[in-house]
Design a protein around this ligand. Structure first.
Ligand code: UDP
Length: 368
């Protein structure tokens, strides 16, 4: 029996791959494509025009689709209805998939959007959904719960804690996430600066990390796409400008190189963080992570081994943990990453999930 799969990946409609507007999903998609191709599977990627993949393989076909970006759910009210802008790329991505006429085994949706979830009910295409956020909207919460009751094997989550936001029919399938270990270099330097990375938007809580650096009389290196300019300039106005060193939104090769010099990585989310790619990228470089125990960080950080977990908004706890960071062995951080979150182990978990959903005979191990 040929156990190699042909999978259609439908990218996020929030921005083209490489724009940064899609957040962590962008890197998740690229990493997973590489991991699944390594396992011998074939991928057709359907993504917004402008997407950059930087990967050539005869097992990868890319179809680019033009259209207007979708608004992201995390910046809307929980009660807002589904919006589809005029000339939106989202329905166009799915029209493209429908035109592919079942020349594949399954479709994996990476968009946190109502339309692809609802389309699962048409049964014409076997759609699997990797849910990338906690419940940021009522209408999304409802459709995810409905799909869980109809097709429980077709949903997967990054972490348990993320999945708890939803009312699910069965135990959630957890696939974690993963990144190409060849793209991250271990850095032994214990004496670098403090770092923070993420989309610059209120749910990421940058102000708390700046406050910690300010209290310690240090600089904070900040990487990421400025999604909310007003929010960024408000933070600059609260603190002395010299504390934040804006490093911009960099490609992974440069990002990891700079990140690796940090002595500690501070992560201060204000929402149920579904996973937290940047946490694992820091660990991959050997940088210990000090984070609020809110969402994904609680499953990625093993307190005392690869960083410290602190209760959300416990400012004193964050300061204490930052001062103790030299107790964490940087090698442990890299080791945790290599064992739990490379794109190869991630691809294996996704392969198991899809095979199970397609009723293929496989092992049951979905865990991190
Ligand atoms: N990132 C990047 N360059 C930078 C800073 C961040 O490519 O200079 C990427 C990072 O690799 C990660 C993403 O931005 O994949 C942020 O994802 P995360 O899961 O941390 O949060 P999200 O934005 O999805 O909420």
């Amino acid at each position: 029996m040929n156990n190699k799969l042909k999978l259609v990946f439908v990218s996020t409609p929030i921005g083209y791959l490489g724009s940064g507007r899609g957040g962590g999903v962008e890197l998740t998609i690229i990493s997973l494509i590489k991991g699944l191709i390594f396992l011998g599977h074939k991928i057709i990627l359907v993504a917004p025009k402008g997407s950059k993949v930087f990967l050539e393989s005869r097992n990868l076909e890319i179809i680019l689709v033009d259209g207007i970006d979708q608004p992201s759910w995390q910046h809307q009210k929980k009660t807002d209805p589904v919006t589809i802008p005029s000339n939106s790329v989202l329905p166009k991505l799915w029209e493209t998939v429908m035109d592919l006429e079942n020349e594949y085994d399954a479709v994996i949706n990476f968009a946190y959007d109502w339309l692809p979830l609802w389309l699962t009910k048409t049964k014409g295409i076997k759609i699997f959904h990797l849910i990338s956020m906690g419940a940021e909207s009522n209408v999304m919460k409802e459709i995810i719960s409905e799909i869980s009751h109809l097709f429980p094997l077709q949903l997967a989550f990054h972490t348990y804690i993320q999945s708890k936001d939803y009312s699910l029919k069965t135990d959630p399938i957890i696939v974690g996430n993963g990144f190409d270990k060849e793209n991250y270099f271990f850095n032994e330097n214990k004496n670098g600066p403090l770092g923070w990375a993420g989309r610059i938007a209120p749910e990421k809580g940058l102000e708390d990390a700046v406050k910690i650096a300010s209290e310690l009389g240090e600089k904070l290196l900040v990487w990421g796409l400025i999604e909310d300019k007003e929010y960024a300039s408000n933070i600059e106005n609260i603190f002395t400008k010299a504390i934040i060193e804006w490093k911009g939104f960099l490609p992974t090769s440069q990002f990891q190189e700079q990140l690796g010099h940090c002595r500690a990585f501070i992560n201060t989310p204000k929402w149920n963080e579904a996973y937290g790619n940047v946490i694992v990228e820091a660990l991959a470089c050997g940088v210990p992570v000090i984070a609020y125990d809110l969402g994904g960080p609680g499953e990625l950080i093993k307190d005392g081994l690869n960083g410290f977990l602190v209760q959300p908004n416990d400012f004193k706890g964050m300061i204490k943990a930052t001062k103790s960071v030299s107790k964490i062995k940087r090698r442990n951080c890299r080791d945790w990453f290599e064992k739990n979150a490379t794109n190869k182990v991630f691809a294996k978990r996704v392969e198991n999930w899809i095979n199970k959903g397609l009723n293929k005979n496989i092992s049951e191990d979905f865990q991190n």
